[in-house]
Design a protein around this ligand. Structure first.
Ligand SMILES: CC(C)(COP(=O)(O)OP(=O)(O)OC[C@H]1O[C@@H](n2cnc3c(N)ncnc32)[C@H](O)[C@@H]1OP(=O)(O)O)[C@@H](O)C(=O)NCCC(=O)NCCS
Length: 208
């Protein structure tokens, strides 16, 4: 039996569980630090917290972190790797991935994604449903490209950045680390580390 442990009993976690079963895993178990307050995530049981996952990590043929927040996801993945967890990358069968692309460890790639030639995707990243990452893009670790976002050719995205649903980056755009690109934004040039940008063209956002 090919059992997968998923850390993070969230909505995103359910998507990862569904994806894993589509991709040939025979069973999934959730772990979450909110356990035992949370014992169920959709169709699946939450069987313990991250401590119990670490204690039983050799029981699982694979582990993956399904936590949406990019910094926490990367930290948890690093910890599980240090504990000899077998990190897996899961790719939906309808995704089109160039054989000349490089995909890191602990990455999930959802249905309908396109990843083009000479693009690299860092560890612990999420490429969500229907996103397009064109040729020669370089994505750091723990990046999240939300559903339907489009990165044109030669775009760079720094570690832990979140590109919102339906956002677009023009070719050659340079998006820093720890950036949030708002839903539907259009990034034309450069976004400095740590900024949130919204709109078309995307500009820094500050709450009123
Ligand atoms: C940019 C973002 C992070 C801001 O979040 P927030 O601080 O909670 O923002 P709020 O909803 O409180 O909105 C604050 C203001 O910004 C505006 N705003 C928020 N998001 C915006 C966006 N994407 N584009 C343009 N304006 C936006 C709101 O209209 C509001 O304007 P107002 O003050 O004039 O009423 C968020 O709205 C966003 O776009 N997140 C991405 C969501 C996503 O992609 N989810 C995918 C999950 S897989």
């Amino acid at each position: 039996m090919k059992k997968l442990a998923i850390l993070g009993a969230s909505g995103h976690g359910k998507v990862v569980a569904d994806l894993a079963l589509t991709c040939g895993w025979s069973a999934v178990s959730f772990f979450d630090d909110a356990w035992p307050d949370i014992v169920r995530n959709g169709a699946w049981d939450v069987v313990g917290d991250s401590g119990s996952l670490i204690k039983n990590i050799s029981d699982y043929a694979g582990v993956i972190v399904a936590i949406g927040e990019c910094t926490i996801r990367l930290a948890k993945q690093t910890q599980l790797a240090q504990e000899n967890g077998r990190l897996v990358t899961i790719i939906h069968p309808t995704a089109s991935i160039s054989p000349y692309a490089t995909i890191g460890a602990g990455v999930v790639i959802m249905a309908g994604v396109v990843i083009s030639v000479d693009t690299s995707i860092g560890d612990a990243s999420i490429i969500n449903s229907g996103a397009i990452v064109e040729h020669d893009c370089v994505l750091g670790n723990a990046v999240h490209i939300a559903p339907g976002a489009v990165l044109s050719g030669n775009v760079t995205v720094g570690d832990r950045s979140w590109i919102g649903v339906g956002a677009i980056a023009r070719q050659g755009a340079r998006i820093g680390a720890g950036v949030t690109v708002g839903a539907g934004a259009v990034v034309l040039d450069q976004v400095r580390d740590g900024l949130t940008v919204v709109g078309c063209p995307a500009i820094p956002y500050s709450k009123k």
